[in-house]
Design a binder for this molecule. Structure first.
Ligand SMILES: Cc1ncc(COP(=O)(O)O)c(C=O)c1O
Length: 447
């Protein structure tokens, strides 16, 4: 399928009718930015119900690692579905789950033996990681970071500190969670640059949280996204992650990395933490792992994952069809797609960075592989955020046939399927160029 190819005005008549039904019967809590109604997909191209083709740089929120309907993944799903759909790994054995645990141990960013717990989503993977950290250390406090997103079930939500609306009306949160600033070099609160930074934001953990609020020997874990996703695609300096590793080791805490968004090859390495050359004790992964089938994994050093039968389980977690999809996905990632994410990601990021010369609305371009953030500002000197303009660019891109999403207050995220080609990356840059031009001209028109 070629994209973009727009045949109707947007939304077309079929999409309009479906959206009207959605508004009557579906929860209004979802955050749909534009009226796309999917009918099918192929690689990095989506067809809507009216036959319009879009270039997909959203991948169902960074999920479709192998692209839409990759034949190898579909075949694995169909083959497994013909045999059996479910047998609950909680009470029974089945080989696809064992094989997947073996694969995860082989690709894990942990050098020793690794064991895996299976759930259905990112939030469940994080819940499992937090419970395991508490169980394993016999401590009950957790340190997490402002701007981070870890999920929306009550345990993960207590760690999530991305947007207040996500927490509003749901309190009180789980006790014993402390938040520290995340290392955001573009907006460093003390004016440092990555070159002269010694991750002073970790000082806040050491000198404030661990001095005034909680004793280090009562902290089970520090939970961190190696690259912040929902919070704005923020890449921290290596010193930040290195200091967190040193701090956790010094105090017998566990380092838990949330790779739900940045993992599974998206950043050009299998796991984002590999960019920093350190190892976590526990990590959570989901989204891209099964190309769109529901699966979340909490993996840990085998000597940490020693909880007894009954301590944690899930009826559906590690569903055999999802495991089959994950095995096919990991095979494709290892053989070609992690490399493609690194190569096409660098090309795409260069292309987007070049747009900075033409578009003053772009304040920062950052990321790794095919996890790229474009931060929109009204003024490069003051870095005043441009949230409305960001939304306008996302919308303008949609009407030109490119799907992207926002992240954080004023950042556009590019999280395409990892099968994206150079040609498609060039098309994405062209459309973004036009979308920024439109929005900047409207701004000038408004005075
Ligand atoms: C880093 C991170 N952790 C956890 C989650 C929660 O994943 P899920 O929506 O599958 O529960 C997300 C979702 O965006 C995420 O980006």
């Amino acid at each position: 399928m070629q994209a973009p190819e727009l045949k109707t005005s947007l939304p077309g008549p079929k999409a309009t009718a479906i959206i009207a039904r959605d508004q009557q019967f579906v929860s209004p809590s979802y955050t749909r930015g534009y009226p796309l109604v999917m009918a099918g997909g192929d690689g990095a191209v989506i067809e809507d119900v009216d036959g319009n083709h879009f270039l997909d740089c959203a991948a169902g929120i960074a999920v479709n690692a192998t692209g839409h309907a990759h034949p190898q993944v579909v075949e694995a799903i169909v083959d497994q579905a013909r045999r059996y759909l479910h047998m609950s790994g909680t009470d029974f054995y089945y080989e696809p789950q064992v094989r997947l645990a073996e694969e995860i141990a082989a690709i894990a960013p942990i050098s020793g033996p690794v064991k895996s717990f299976f759930g259905n989503s990112g939030t469940e993977a994080v819940e499992a990681a937090v419970k395991l950290a508490k169980w394993s250390t016999k401590r009950h406090n957790i340190i997490a970071f402002l701007g981070s997103f870890h999920g929306r079930t009550m345990g993960s939500l207590s760690l999530t500190a991305s947007k207040a609306i996500q927490r509003k009306g749901f309190g009180p949160m789980a006790p014993g969670v402390y938040h520290a600033p995340y290392a955001n070099c573009y907006r460093c609160p003390i004016g440092l640059t990555p070159e002269n930074c010694a991750a002073e934001c970790v000082d806040y953990v050491e000198d404030q949280i661990l001095v005034h609020l909680v004793s280090p020997d009562e902290v089970a874990a520090i939970v961190v996204e190696p690259i912040q996703g929902e919070g704005g695609y923020v890449v921290p300096p290596a010193a930040f992650i290195e200091r967190l590793r040193a701090l956790t080791t010094a105090h017998g805490m566990l380092l838990v990395t949330d790779e739900v968004q940045c993992g599974m090859g998206r950043t050009g390495k299998m796991f984002a933490i590999e960019h920093f050359g350190i190892e976590p004790d526990i990590f959570a992964t989901a989204k891209g792992i099964a190309s769109g089938m529901p699966l979340g994994v909490c993996a840990a050093r085998a000597d940490v994952m020693t909880w007894p039968p009954g301590a944690h389980a899930s009826t559906f977690g590690g569903n055999p069809v999802s495991c089959a999809a994950a095995l096919a996905t990991i095979d494709l990632l290892r053989r070609e797609l992690v490399r493609n994410a690194a190569e096409v990601g660098a090309y795409l990021q260069d292309g987007v960075r070049a747009l900075m010369e033409k578009h003053p609305l772009i304040g920062d371009v950052r990321g790794k592989g095919l996890m790229i953030g474009i931060e929109c500002v009204r003024d490069r000197a003051t870095k005043e955020r441009a949230p409305e303009e960001r939304d306008a660019v996302v919308t303008a891109a949609f009407y030109k046939g490119l799907l992207v999403l926002g992240a954080g207050k004023n950042t556009i995220r590019l999280s395409p399927p990892l099968v994206l080609t150079r040609e498609q990356a060039a098309t994405a840059v062209d459309i973004l160029d036009q979308a920024f031009t439109d929005v900047e001209q409207q701004r000038i028109g408004r005075g």
